[in-house]
Design a protein around this ligand. Sequence first.
Ligand code: 0WD
Length: 257
Amino acid sequence: MLDLTGKNALVTGIANNRSIAWGIAQQLHKAGANLGVTYLPDEKGRFEKKVAELVEPLQPTLFLPCDVQNEAQIQATFEAIREKWGRLDCLIHCLAFASKESLSGDFSSVSRQDFTQAIEISAYSLISLSRAAKPLMTEGGSIVTLTYLGGVRVIPNYNTMGIAKAALEMNVRYLASELGPQQVRVNGISAGPIRTLASSAVGGILDMIHHVETVAPLRRTVTQGEVGNTAAFLCSDLASGITGQILYVDAGYEIMG
Ligand code: 0WD
């Protein structure tokens, strides 16, 4: 049975009730995990209030600001975990960013700055969070990140984010290799397109969703809950033999020509 009782799980990337991370947090809670939640701080504190209200029913025992571009905030997050929990078992990396300009039009038009920013937030952050998590995963652990088919194939308008996802997927393999001897597993979920704040920045996302509904074997897209179930599985002991993998949760779209 899928049981996460006694496991401490940190969930990043909840922006609102459409976020994939929200679907994941709900499933981890249902399976009995003790949750910590981080949010992206903004100057007016609006995100903090919104995310705090949303996650309140899941009774997180840690709720912390963590902008992955801010090394001090990453350190503070994991220091708080060390103090409060002593040990971390699961890390959910569910965040990404690329400027709107770099998510449509000519791929080659991306600026150096926008390219670097997308890679830093969407791919390097898995390395920095994993590095901070490593000493706290003293009884093994599971790290799960979110990727998309656009990191493997050319998908219209995904552009710079495709490069970031390709880097992210390779990060999964190198981190799995490094952390495996301490029984920390690292995997990615390649989710089908879902309407969220982040995906709305990708040009033509609604057409892509419609295309998936027509072509995917299951003739539909997937839900945040379905991605959440897979994340809960990967965090659980049921997945104890799986590491370094990218699991497609996309209604089967990836197999179609
Ligand atoms: O179709 C989709 N929605 C898919 C999303 C298909 C396949 C994969 N994914 C991936 C995304 O690329 C991302 O890695 O899933 C992950 C979660 O994305 P989401 O749930 O679609 O999007 P959203 O609800 O917007 O959450 C992403 C959040 C940010 O939201 P906004 O929209 O405000 O950028 O990532 C967080 C932020 O909360 N975020 C950051 N967190 C910490 N530090 C940062 C940052 N610098 N930048 C963004």
